[in-house]
Design a protein around this ligand. Structure first.
Ligand code: SAM
Length: 242
């Protein structure tokens, strides 16, 4: 997959494209990330990429010409990172991971000239209801999330067990040592009994989701086993409350 990121601050991506899973995915040619400096498309003497807003007011706006030029020969969806977009989530990441090539524009200042959005942008994505100084971190966040879903980047079982994939939060994880200063791990995980481990994990996932994100359970079609486990959980929680 190819991800092209359009930014005024390319150096922010230096470590991002080298380290950890992203770095490996690039090395293994499963992912190509191109960081494109929007300023290279500013043709005036001072390479000015922003200007004051028409109508007055605070801040600067990213000029349309460099962006139109930079985006001229792109193929694939054009995404603009903006607090006004649809909120990014795992489902959207899964959809985007099936694309061959995508383009992400990182805005800055007050954002980009609206005409670029109207003419070129296919999808506006927000990473949450808050405002950052620029779209570089959102572009990295979106890229990171998509990258681990590209076949071969990490094991499928790995992301399929993650939170949100099947509509639930992940179960608690433990590793060695078995006993850390008297803090032990749940017995069932040491039993080697796969079916019991699976049931325990599903129950813990359901319990966490119920306690932390009950909204995720609202439209869920529960399996017979999930219904049974949920009834047990509610009974246990009531018992604790009393
Ligand atoms: C200071 S923000 C501009 C905010 C804009 N004036 C508004 O209120 O909608 C500058 C840039 O940061 C990026 N940005 C800030 N917050 C974001 C968020 N929650 N999600 C995605 N991008 C964001 C966008 O690319 C935006 O153009």
């Amino acid at each position: 997959m190819i991800i092209n990121i359009f930014t005024l601050f390319p150096e922010m991506f230096t470590g991002f494209v080298k380290e950890s899973i992203i770095g490996k995915a690039i090395e293994n040619q499963l992912l190509e990330i191109n960081i494109i400096n929007i300023r290279d498309f500013c043709y005036d003497k001072h390479k000015q990429a922003d200007d004051t807003p028409f109508g007055g007011g605070a801040g600067m706006v990213m000029k349309p010409e460099p962006l139109f030029r930079a985006l001229e020969n792109t193929t694939g969806k054009i995404i603009y990172t903006t607090p006004q977009g649809v909120t990014f989530n795992q489902k959207l990441a899964l959809d985007l991971a099936t694309e061959k090539e995508i383009n992400i524009i990182a805005g800055h200042y007050e954002g980009i000239d609206e005409r670029v959005i109207e003419q070129k942008v296919d999808l506006e994505i927000s990473v949450g209801d808050f405002v950052l100084t620029g779209g570089e971190l959102p572009a990295m966040l979106i890229t990171d999330c998509i990258a681990r879903l590209i076949p071969g980047v990490i094991k499928k079982e790995s992301y399929e067990n993650d939170s949100f994939f099947n509509g639930l939060l992940d179960y608690p994880q433990y590793t060695r040592p078995q006993d850390y200063n008297g803090l032990t791990v749940p017995e069932v995980l040491l039993s080697g009994h796969h079916k019991n481990i699976e049931t325990w994990r599903l129950k813990e996932s359901l319990k966490r989701t119920l306690l932390r994100r009950p909204d995720l359970l609202k439209n869920r079609e529960f399996s017979k086993q999930e219904k049974k486990l949920l009834a047990e959980i509610k009974k246990e929680l009531n018992y604790i409350k009393k």
